[in-house]
Write a protein that binds this ligand. Structure first.
Ligand code: G6P
Ligand code: MG
Length: 216
């Protein structure tokens, strides 16, 4: 039975994909090529430097490491500026209610995000107190689909993997959950998240009762 819920941040609890997109698009324009919303799908759940590599491949550019560090830092400055104005109104539908329900039912909760900006987002939206453990991009050495972020979260909660479920909107995140030996509920479309146990449109469709569907 499920004793702990682990949550991805971007696209599951808050909609920051649009801010990442605008910052990457601005960078691509400075570099002289276009970057579409469809291209942006490929960056979901992917770490900052790996995202830059994908962006540069779309623009057919090969750059030196120092230049890449500089571009990633510039993108991050723009991104940090946009999330500095975030507040609780940007929490996705159902997220707060489900986190509270986890609390009320004695389930442990952890954050498992690739983002190095996760703490800023949690604090600005008021989500920080809802978590028993917070693992973000500053605490991991391998990015999703490596299971590290979720394995570390479960360890910190003191709950074995088989009693954990991960909520993820990115393919790489679903794979990470699988490799960690955890159940996984996809947030978004079944077409891309087929490896999840089941897929829901948003956390507004989630209840503590539905966790029992994982045991069937
Ligand atoms: C999340 C997002 C990605 C982002 C990554 C790193 O996984 O889905 O789009 O690239 O975090 O975020 P950061 O804030 O560290 O650049
Ligand atoms: Mg995500």
């Amino acid at each position: 039975h499920i004793r702990a819920c682990l949550f991805d941040l971007d696209g599951v609890l808050v909609d920051t994909a649009k801010y990442h997109y605008l910052a990457w698009k601005r960078l691509s324009q400075e570099l002289g090529f276009d970057f579409t919303e469809q291209d942006n799908e490929r960056l979901k759940g992917v770490s900052r430097m790996a995202s830059l590599d994908i962006l540069l491949s779309i623009g057919k550019l090969t750059l030196e490491d120092a230049k890449k560090q500089e571009l990633a830092a510039r993108k991050n400055d723009w991104y940090v500026e946009s999330i500095s104005n975030m507040d609780h109104t940007e929490i996705l539908p159902g997220a707060l209610e489900f986190l509270q329900a986890c609390r009320d039912n004695g389930l442990k909760t952890a954050l498992g995000s690739a983002s190095k900006n996760a703490m800023t987002i949690l604090n600005n939206t008021g989500l920080t107190p809802y978590f028993d453990a917070i693992i973000d991009g500053t605490r991991t050495s391998s990015a999703k689909p490596d299971p590290e972020v979720f394995t570390l979260g479960a360890q910190e909660l003191g709950v074995p993997a088989e009693h954990c479920v991960v909520f993820e909107d990115a393919e790489a995140g679903v794979e990470a959950a699988r490799r960690a030996g955890m159940s996984c509920i996809g947030i978004g479309s079944a077409a891309t998240l087929g490896q999840a146990d089941f897929v829901i449109a948003s956390l507004a469709d989630m209840t503590v009762e539905r966790l029992s569907e994982l045991e069937a």
